[in-house]
Ligand binder design. Sequence first.
Ligand SMILES: Cc1cc2nc3c(=O)[nH]c(=O)nc-3n(C[C@H](O)[C@H](O)[C@H](O)COP(=O)(O)OP(=O)(O)OC[C@H]3O[C@@H](n4cnc5c(N)ncnc54)[C@H](O)[C@@H]3O)c2cc1C
Length: 413
Amino acid sequence: MKREVEVLVIGGGVVGVCAAYFLGKQGRQVVLVEKGELCAGSSYGNAGLVVPSHSVPLAAPGVAFKALKWMLDPESPFYVAPRWDAALWRWLWNFWRTGNENHVRRALPLLRDLHLASKGLFAELTRLKGMACAYEERGALYAFRTRAGLEAGIAEGERLGGAGLPPQVLDRAGVEALEGMEARVEGGVYYPQDAHLVPDRFVRGMGQHLRGAEVLTQTEVLELRREGGRIVLVRTTRGDFAPREVVLAAGSWSPLLARQAGLSLPIQAAKGYSITLKKPLPCPAVPLLLGEAKVGVTPMGEWLRFAGTLELAGLDLRINQRRVEAILRAVPSYLPQIEPAKLELVEIWRGLRPATPDGLPFLGRAPGCGNLTVAAGHATIGLSLGPITGKLVAQVVCGSPEFDLSLLRVDRF
Ligand SMILES: Cc1cc2nc3c(=O)[nH]c(=O)nc-3n(C[C@H](O)[C@H](O)[C@H](O)COP(=O)(O)OP(=O)(O)OC[C@H]3O[C@@H](n4cnc5c(N)ncnc54)[C@H](O)[C@@H]3O)c2cc1C
């Protein structure tokens, strides 16, 4: 027997939960299915940063070249596990191809507007009843140990400043004053527009506010059946559904399901790690991004979290201890008063960022499949864009979106 539903949302990460929230606000009857528990995927242990400062897409000039240099070093911030996989090599080719000036010029204003709109929604949503996710608007500091790093950070700051996100450049004393602790750095670039929060508490909190939505956890989608240009059946481990609309928000797992609907989504899982410790004293006052090491340091509630590395290794959740240790070593080389070995460990975590080759998510109707909306591929900025993505999904399903989403088209590759 098939159960009829108005909208079936697949995936209980930040994107799926926010989509269910905004669809509910539009009066839609939603069933959200999640193969684990809510927030079981990449949305759980990330760095918790809301980042207008990340409005330059990951695929930018020079990044592919730097990545190539790092690729062979298993402790570097970017790593590709060497393997023969045509989809991976196609992805890398598109990553290299799209990392150009023209792409950045087109993508930056859209990403800026999406991040700022999302931040506005965070300010609203984190005030909902019972939302204890330690949301704070304190900005974020990009700190650099080397002159070359700082100069590159300043150049990026000028670009973002030109787009209306002006940062402040700080010398070492300025960094120490902002963070309230010693810093072994050449200087930093501070973006006052950024914010941070405890990500899993936000997603689970939102899960408590889903109006008119039913959440089915431990419910895995096994099959999307497409007939005559529509999804007619969704088979899950807990029964079959005949949805009028389907929203695919399954993060790094989205391509597996999209393929069944005849859709190719070039998303690679980009593994990252986080290490959460009990908050030390002294503790950085403002989240940092350690420029050369590419490690995030976020004070969140009663914790301090380090997060980093980007490893294209497929849907592989194994923890590579060398990478965890590289993150732990990086932090005291910038912040000598933090000694990770002396702090109480809360959790070591890894997650799979859903990465597209051009650093932009897929958001919109699937071509040739009238009732399927895709919202996946947010890579390093999915928490930050979660609320606005959810709102836009509801607008796509119910009418027309408030932003021009042509750069995020599902069939752009
Ligand atoms: C180390 C690290 C640090 C990061 N830091 C930040 C940051 O500071 N700021 C930021 O904005 N972003 C950050 N990110 C990225 C961010 O975490 C992701 O972009 C975001 O969580 C993606 O959300 P999602 O909902 O698309 O995917 P997910 O959270 O992965 O959710 C997808 C869900 O779909 C479910 N699912 C999959 N297949 C099925 C199926 N067949 N049936 C049912 N359910 C299914 C999964 O179980 C999962 O819960 C970071 C990521 C990492 C790894």
